[in-house]
Design a protein around this ligand. Sequence first.
Ligand code: FAD
Length: 398
Amino acid sequence: MDLKFTSEENQFRDEVRAFLADKLPLALKNKVASGWPLSKAEMQQWWAIQYKQGWLAPNWPQEYGGPGWGVVKRFIYDNELSLGNAPSNTPFGVTLLGPVLIKYGTEAQKAHWLPRILDGSDWWCQGYSEPGSGSDLASLKTSAVRKVDAHGEHYVVNGQKTWASYAQYANMMFCLVRTSTGAKQQEGISFLLIDMHTPGIEVRPIITLDGSHEVNEVFFSDVRVPVENLVGEEGKGWDCAKYLLTYERTGGARIGLATAELDQLKKLAAERVKGGRPLAEDPLFAARLARVEIDLENLKITNLRVIAAVADGGAPGAESSILKLCGSEIRQEISSLTRRAMGGQARYFIADPTGDEREAAFNATSAAAQYFNKRKLAIYGGSTEIQKNIISKMILGL
Ligand SMILES: Cc1cc2nc3c(=O)[nH]c(=O)nc-3n(C[C@H](O)[C@H](O)[C@H](O)COP(=O)(O)OP(=O)(O)OC[C@H]3O[C@@H](n4cnc5c(N)ncnc54)[C@H](O)[C@@H]3O)c2cc1C
């Protein structure tokens, strides 16, 4: 197992840096650096730039429009985007739905939906979680009943999804629904593609602690979905759901983002003054800062070990839970220290910053907003407690 990048990989890293220097608009870069949420148009702008470069879908095979990178190049790309203050979110259509369609979709579904994901024609949201079915996802209850009438064959969907990220922007949702009740909870779940403009769908915002609107409740009452929008076999949607998760397993640590956030914190700790001395020299603050930096270095090595194992032909195992768990804790600690470094000023909110206010905006406003926003890291993508359960069973053998 070799944890060092090859000269070809270092060359690729330089290529990504040159791409960012050339193509990442300064206004976007500044906004990301200042920690403010991006608008729909700003996200779409960046995805279009990556699409034009052929780099929007690093996890797709080349024949469907992916760049044909292995796991190491994908890691480097992700890291460099974060370090370069490029927007770090990728459309759910690319990260989650695309691989499922490629594996389970019919030729007609692939031909119709995949190009539309890449060129931005569709914005997909994920309809998995329900009230009472989050960690215990297989208990989901939203029902889909197959019917034939004068309008043809379709499913009639009733129920509620929750926490659907950016559903307010989405025109499509990939959704887990119950088509029958089997002996096991995992049986009888199906994977449907739902047009968000179908009558009977209502999207209601959930405003999070930081005051932002990322997540939504989605209600379905007698929503008709054509049977052609079933992916895979009816009742076998759990296979799609599980397969989808394997695609996120090596990137949970978000090393690039944590490194960029730590760099910003260190700069802040050197600038801020406490008791006539730089905050970085305060023993209590310095001890926490050193601890989180050491934790991040350790996590980087663990992440590289997992990537090297996958590059050698292995599959990401329970180690991915360590990446997710520690990655979340490290980023939460960095945001906690950043908020502390700002003291009372971290509570000062202004409107979406523009122009010269941007740099000041990071320092004076977004530290508190980001601290509150990052509470989510320990919840989504498998909560901290769920990751600890996996680690204790699969790694510690408890
Ligand atoms: C910002 C954000 C964005 C999200 N985006 C989406 C999205 O786009 N689409 C989507 O479908 N979902 C989304 N989610 C939902 C997310 O996947 C769930 O919140 C997550 O799976 C946890 O489920 P829950 O909220 O129902 O909490 P619960 O599962 O009810 O858990 C509540 C608490 O109990 C603990 N717990 C639960 N089970 C166990 C156990 N067996 N052992 C020990 N402790 C346990 C949990 O760790 C947690 O602390 C999002 C969530 C957030 C916060």
